[in-house]
Structures are given as C-alpha cells and as structure tokens.
Write a protein that binds this ligand. Structure first.
Ligand code: B3K
Ligand code: ZN
Length: 845
C-alpha cells in the first residue's frame, strides 16, 4: 500500500481545453471512446489514471500508442514528454462491465439503470484520465443506449431516440462527471433565477415512485432561492437534474447539473417517511445544490483539501435548515451529532485533522471530522470576524477563486484580506487533530468574578504536541434569581491558560458557558446540580439551557452506572420542564431524551474510567423508569395533548409535537405495559409515529404482531423495509439483539449487496451499545463476519463501517480481547481491500 502525502503535491503539467466522451452502453462491454485536448503548461510526462479498463486502443493526434505504456498493475499510463507536442489530442477506446461493478464506484447498474459515482477516484474506472481534482475541463458527452432517459452534466445539445448529447461549459474535474441511463420518470418544475433566467428542473425516479418525489422538488426550489438570498449565488445552467437510485454507497453526490441521490434521501410520503427523513431530505438536497458554488465552481486542489468544500457546504446546509426550521433545535441536533460521531473519532485511533496530511485511501476520509468539524471551524471563524466580516470574506472568495481548484490556505487568506485579521493561530484548527478540553475555575470576591480557563488537547496519532488554539468562548451570566446579568459576550482565548474578569456584580452569578456551542471543545468545570437546574430553568441561550439539563442527566447517569444512586435533581428539574413543555415541544423533547448509552460511555472514558456497557444500560433504564413513575400523570397528559390534528405536514412545528409525544411514549411504555404504543402503532397514519411506536414495542418485547403487520403492509417498499431491518437489532434488549440480527440476516429479503439494507441491519446492531459490546464478544464477531463477506463486494461501505470498532480500547480487558480477535480475523483476510486494510490497521495501531 502506498501512502499519499500533502507535501508531495505537484502541479499537473497540462491543461485540458475540452474532454469529449462517447458511451455505447451495455451491461457487459460498455464502450467508452475519449478524446482529450491537452495543452502543455509545464515540464513533465503525460500521466493518466485507470483501473480495471480493457484498453482497446490509444492514440495521440491519431497516431496509435503502444499499449505497453500501461503499467503492470494496469493503473497508470505514462507517455514520455519527448513523445508529445505542446498541444495534442489524446484518444482512447476502452471496454468496461457495469454489471460486474458491485463496488458502486465508476459506472454501474442499479436496478437496471446505468449510473455513476466518481468522487473521489471513480472516473479512472471509466476511462484513462488525469483523475485529480485540479485538472478541470469542459465536457461534451454522447450517450447511446436503448434506455429511454439519457442524462449527463450540463445542458442538452440533442435528446434523440437512442442517443443524447450533453455539453457542460463549466470546467470541472472528473470527479464531478455523471451519467444516467434508465427507465425513469420526471417530476418537472422550473425556477427563475435572480437575473431572470428560467431553469428547467427535474427530479427523476423509477415509474411508480412519482408521488413520493414532491418534497424533494420543493426542497430543491427552496435551496435555489435561499442560496440567492443568503449568499448571492445564482444557478448557472439551463437544466438541473436530480436522480434517485437504490444502490448507493453514501447519501448523495453533487455532480455538475446532475445530482445523484440515494433514493432514501429523495422519496418521502407521510406513510413511508419520518419527520427525521423529511428534514434530512431537505438538508441533503440543499447540501448537494450548495456544492454548485462551494465544490464545483470552486473546487479542491487535491483531496487533502476535502474540508474546503465539505466543511463549508455542511456549514451552509446547517444555516439553510436553521432558516427553514427552528434554529435552536437545529443547533442542538448538530451538537449532538458532532459529539456522538466527531468527538468519538477525535478521541480514538482514527483521529485526524480536518485537513489530513496523509492517507492511503481517500474514501476513508469522508469523515465526521472533515464534514462536521470542518463546519464547526467555519462557525468559529464567523464568530471571530462577525456577520459582516464573514459576508465580505465569502464575497471575496467567490470573486477571487471562481473556476479554480483551491486550498485551505486560499480560504484563510480571503478572511485575512477581507477583515485584516491575522489567522495564523486559527489555522491550527485545520491542521491539528483532537478535541481541546476547556477547564474553567472561578474566583468570586467583592462583586468581581474571575474566570480562569485552561485548554489542553490530548495527543493524537502522529501528533504528540498540541499548541494552544484560538477558542471563541461565548458566555453570559445568570443571577441567582434567574435574571441575565450579562448578555452573550465572546471571549477570545489564545493562551494555554488565561483569565477574564467581570466587575460590579451584585451577587454571585452562574456562568452560562459556551453559548451556542461556540467552539468544538469539551468542558470541565465545577458546577452544582442546583446551578445546572438554574440554567435549565432560566438561561436565555437555548443551546446552553439544553446543555445544562443534559449535563445534569449525564452526571446522574454516570453516578448511577458507577456507584448505584443519584438523579433526584434531574427528576425534579424535569418536573418543572414538563409544566410548560407544550410551549416549546421540540425543546422539551430534547430535554426529555436522556443521554444515550454511547455518550455515557464516552464521558466515563474521558473522565478516566472504564465504561461497563451493562451497568450503563441498567442505569439508564432505571432512571427512565424513575422519571416515568414520578411524572406519569404529566407525561400522559402531554402525550394526549401532542396529538397532531389534521393531515400530516412535515414542518418543524408538527415534527416538534410528534417528537415530544414520542419522548413521552418512550417513558410511559415502561409503566403502561406498552398499551399506548400498541394503540398508536395500530392507529397512526404517519410513519413518524408508526416507527416510534414500533420501537417502543420492540424494547418492551411485545413486537411480534406489529412486526408481522408492518412487513405485511410494506414488504415491497425497500426503503420502509430498511427501517424494519434497522429497528429490530437497534431496539431489542441486549441479550436478544445479536441472535435477532443473526436471524434477520438469514432472510431471503436481506439483500446484503444493497448498501442501505446492509447498513440497516449491521449498523442497527452496532448502534445498540450494550449488544454490540456484549461481554461474550458475540456482537463484535457477528459484525466482523459480515464485514468480511462484504469487503470483496463493496470495499468502500465495508471500510466505513469499521469505525464501529474505533472505541474498542476504552473497554475492559475481556472485551478488548474479543474485539482484537475479531479485528485480527478481518485484518488477516486474504485479498482484503486497500480501503478496509487501512481502517483496520489504524484501528489496531
Ligand atoms: N461529495 C459527496 C461524497 C462523496 C463520497 C465519496 N466516497 C457527497 C457530499 O458530500 O455532498
Ligand atoms: Zn458534500
């Protein structure tokens, strides 16, 4: 295996004036003819990438090239500089077999439809090309096939029977190339841009799925409008096509003018999709659309810069969702995801900076750190330079770098130039891995409050030393009577330890710390349960308010999981919260959901302990039981009050009511013999409540009839059946979950080559903390058995799922031995893919 280093990047010695491609599509033996017009820019040979191509012919300006120029491993084609004029046309004819392509990289078949996935390095599976993001070209593409709908990037030149020609005038790297050919139907619409151009819009789905594609189209139109209003970004082609496919390794892909989506992020109806699905559809459609400017018009120089487009585009889609829905709820959700996925990654063997400087397989770096932490870093930048500075910097970014392939240095420079700030220290957020731990201690004397902060970051793989970073600390002060005595103020911490003073205070206030989650750090501070309860009741910052309640619950749970008792304060605080829960149901629901088992384990480990998955589970169940018993009447009242009258609407308000209703149901199920869950499962007309009720029934062990009814009703709907496969291993009690997953895997409809189905079952189990970490090692063994089966078929999805093991060293010696044995089997597998091999090696290091 070869490691790639950021330091080794060299400019490509040629530029491309135009790329012409011709496809004769067939499941076996698709012919790809390419003509690439190169112009020399600097010294060097012509180096092209390829993978798994049956090369028929190669030529330069019509003169045949010897096939022996292709390397032995078939992955590189080198034409020596001496054989090349300054301008020339390279031509190739190759053959590929989309039907054999189970890795879903390059050109493949999904349910009879031809489609492509080229990011990061998939284009080399289609033809010989400089498959690197800094080589950009306009494309002209001819597709011949008997499929009725033939699509590629850009604008249509001709759309005839059996043949279509597309032209994309905007220079793009090969990773943004796309082609689709299939029996598809469109939901058509149009959008008139801010300068008055009319754009044709289509959401393409399989015949029969049309009535579930409307929300995707609405979301697309909202995204286009929002990007004009918020960032001044206008769409730049005559057509925008979006296609749903069933077999897809990730969520979606931003190919220029032709976004390709996992069908689960397109198709939705009240009966088949949950509120969470709707929110994700809107968010991901926005995300891929926003890439048109942040990713496509301005792309990455090399894959080390991935967070340049991903961090920024996640940040933009987060802003979009907060504008479309509730900003407070969105922020809390984002913090929850960041903690659950990114903090966990940062604390283990897979830790890497948002901009890594080496990798073996770039597809292993589409991570929470690159995406979500990448977005947090931009949030901090915005907090430091202010709304105005941010707007100026972004305007400059779009003007200065349009049409270019850029680096993080370019990005930081526009902020420096637009605001006059020196961001040298800030850059560490991009280059250093690990989550800083912020410690606060306080001094109080004569109306003066002094806050002493310390920051420390533990070593991460390859980075033993961690110099201090700039940390924007947003805080407020709440007086003992609940009044805010200091509104939000942003402190800039730049040293390893630093103190800040607040004078003229009447009585000692409570610090509302890290408002809005102003920096991705963990916090250690002395705070009493009473002070936390005060913040939960009175903080004006919704995130900080939620966090106070969450910390109260977390402390109680850890206390119970390690020494047996605790939680009275949280139970009491919940009582106060329930009284006016109806005023803000979504917020109340967030407060009512106890920290998950994984988060409890993470916190125990961060505090130097060894988490015991069974004790954690028991503690959490017991606290939930106590809360249910203590507040039964109020929970029951709220459960009834939160029924949503009228037809289902996937908006934030309805979703908030349903989330509170389901939070109450989860608690009540523990004491009502699952009676309410039974009734709701049978009567609900929307999938949100249907699935919520089903999860309660599974947890209560009263699921046989419901599961049968569900399968009966939705057996032919792949996306809904994915939910059925997921909730069982996820919600089953830990003593049954592995056996259950094993039984489900035996079923004929466990179509494991479909990534959605595979992930539903296997990730469902991995997310059941006490089951995956079962003391006998059965969870680890089962997971590895299936990873070994999938790897030869689909390395990318296998490798991603290895991260379930990234926390293995935090558990006890017996569990570690089981995990190590399972991972060892995977590592030793013959023919293990480069993707999975890199992951296992790093996890075991
Ligand atoms: N850019 C794609 C992800 C491609 C992943 C390749 N392994 C989707 C997105 O982030 O928008
Ligand atoms: Zn993206």
């Amino acid at each position: 295996t070869v490691t790639q280093y950021l330091a080794d990047w060299r400019p490509y010695p040629f530029e491309i004036a135009e790329t012409r491609l011709e496809f004769d599509l067939a499941p076996k033996g698709t012919r790809v003819r390419s003509q690439i017009d190169f112009r020399r820019k600097g010294p060097g040979d012509l180096v092209l990438d390829g993978a798994g191509l049956r090369t028929q012919s190669l030529a330069i300006d019509g003169k045949p090239l010897d096939l022996s120029l292709i390397s032995k491993d078939d992955e590189r084609l080198v034409v020596p500089a001496s054989a090349l004029p300054d301008s020339f046309t390279f031509a190739a004819e190759v053959e590929i077999d989309p039907e054999m392509n189970t890795a879903l990289e390059g050109l493949y078949l999904s349910g009879g439809m031809f489609c492509t996935q080229c990011e990061a390095e998939g284009f080399r599976h289609i033809t010989w090309y400089p498959d690197r993001p800094d080589v950009m070209a306009p494309f002209r593409v001819t597709i011949r096939s008997d499929k009725p709908v033939l699509l590629s990037n850009g604008n249509p030149v001709s759309r005839g029977q059996g043949e279509a020609v597309w032209h994309d005038p905007w220079p793009k790297p090969a990773y943004l190339f796309a082609l689709v050919a299939g029996d598809l139907v469109a939901i058509p619409d149009s959008f008139t841009t801010m300068s008055g151009r009319k754009v044709e819009l289509n959401v393409w789905v399989r015949p029969g799925d049309q009535d579930r594609a409307g929300y995707a189209m609405e979301s697309l139109i909202r995204s286009m409008k929002w990007d004009e209003e918020t960032y001044g970004r206008e769409y730049d082609l005559d057509v925008f096509n979006l296609v749903a496919v069933d077999d897809f390794n990730m969520g979606a892909m931003e190919n220029k003018g032709l976004n390709i989506f996992n069908s689960k992020l397109v198709l939705a109806s009240a009966e088949t999709a949950t509120d969470g699905d709707y929110e994700r559809i809107e968010g991901v459609i926005g995300h891929e659309y926003f890439h048109n400017w942040t990713g496509n018009r301005i792309t990455c120089r090399d894959w080390f810069q991935l967070c340049l487009k991903e961090g920024l585009t996640v940040f933009r889609d987060q802003q979009f969702t907060s504008d479309m829905r509730s900003a407070a709820v969105k922020r809390i959700h984002d913090v929850q995801t960041l903690r659950a996925r990114q903090f966990r990654e940062d604390a283990g063997p897979l830790a890497h900076p948002p901009r890594p400087d080496n990798y073996q397989e770039i597809n292993n770096f589409y991570t929470a750190t690159v995406y979500e932490k990448g977005a947090e870093v931009i949030g901090m930048l915005k907090r430091l330079v202010g709304e105005d500075g941010y707007r100026k910097a972004l305007d400059l970014y779009f003007i200065r770098h349009d049409g270019q392939a850029c680096t993080i240095e370019d990005w930081i420079k526009v902020f420096e130039d637009a605001t006059g700030r020196d961001l040298t220290q800030f850059k560490r957020w991009y280059t250093d891995a690990g989550t800083p731990r912020l410690t606060l201690s306080e001094d109080w004397q004569d109306g003066r409050l002094t806050l002493h902060f310390r920051q420390e970051t533990a070593p991460t793989p390859g980075q033993p030393q961690k110099p201090p970073r700039v940390i924007p600390i947003a805080l407020g002060l709440i007086g003992p009577n609940g009044d805010e005595v200091l509104p939000t103020t942003v402190l800039e911490m730049t040293e390893a330890s630093q103190s800040f003073t607040f004078d003229g205070l009447g009585a000692r206030p409570v610090v509302s710390l890290l408002r809005g989650f102003s920096a991705p750090v963990t916090v250690a501070r002395e705070i009493t349960a009473d002070e936390q309860a005060l913040l939960l009741a009175h903080d004006t910052d919704p995130y900080a308010r939620w966090q106070a309640g969450h910390d109260l619950a977390l402390d109680a749970l850890i206390f119970r999981a390690t020494s047996g008792t605790g939680g009275a304060e949280f139970g009491q605080a919940i009582g106060g919260l329930l009284t006016d829960a109806a005023a803000d149901p979504a917020f109340a629901a967030l407060c009512l959901s106890l920290p998950g088992e994984e988060e409890i384990a993470t916190t125990i480990a961060a505090r130097g302990g060894v988490p015991d998955p069974d004790a954690i589970r028991t503690a959490r169940e017991a606290l939930a039981q106590d809360i249910a018993t203590a507040h039964e009447a109020e929970l029951a009242r709220l459960y009834d009050a939160m029924e949503t009258p009228g037809p289902y609407r996937p908006d934030a308000e309805g979703a908030g009511r349903r989330s509170l209703r389901l939070a109450c149901l989860g608690l009540l199920t523990r004491i009502d013999g699952a009676a309410r869950a039974q009734v709701l499962f049978n009567s609900a007309s929307n999938m949100t409540e249907r699935q919520g009720a089903l999860e309660c029934l599974i947890a209560a062990g009263k699921d046989t009839e419901a599961l049968a009814a569900f399968a009966q009703e939705f057996g032919s709907n792949r996306l809904v059946m994915d939910k059925w496969f997921m909730v069982q291993p996820l919600r089953a009690t830990p003593d049954q979950a592995v056996a259950r997953a094993r039984d489900l895997a035996e079923r004929a409809d466990f179509d494991w080559k479909n990534p959605n189905r595979f992930r539903a079952l296997i990730s469902g189990l991995c997310a059941n903390h006490a089951a995956f970490h079962a003391a006998d090692g059965s969870g680890y063994a089962f997971t590895v058995d299936w990873l070994m089966r999938l790897d030869p078929v689909n390395p990318q999805t296998t490798a991603r799922m290895c991260s379930a093991f990234e926390t293995w060293t935090r558990y006890d010696a017996d569990r570690q031995a089981h995990a190590k044995a399972a991972l060892g089997r995977l590592a030793a597998m013959k023919g293990l893919s480069r993707n999975t091999s890199e992951m296992v090696t790093r996890i075991l290091a």
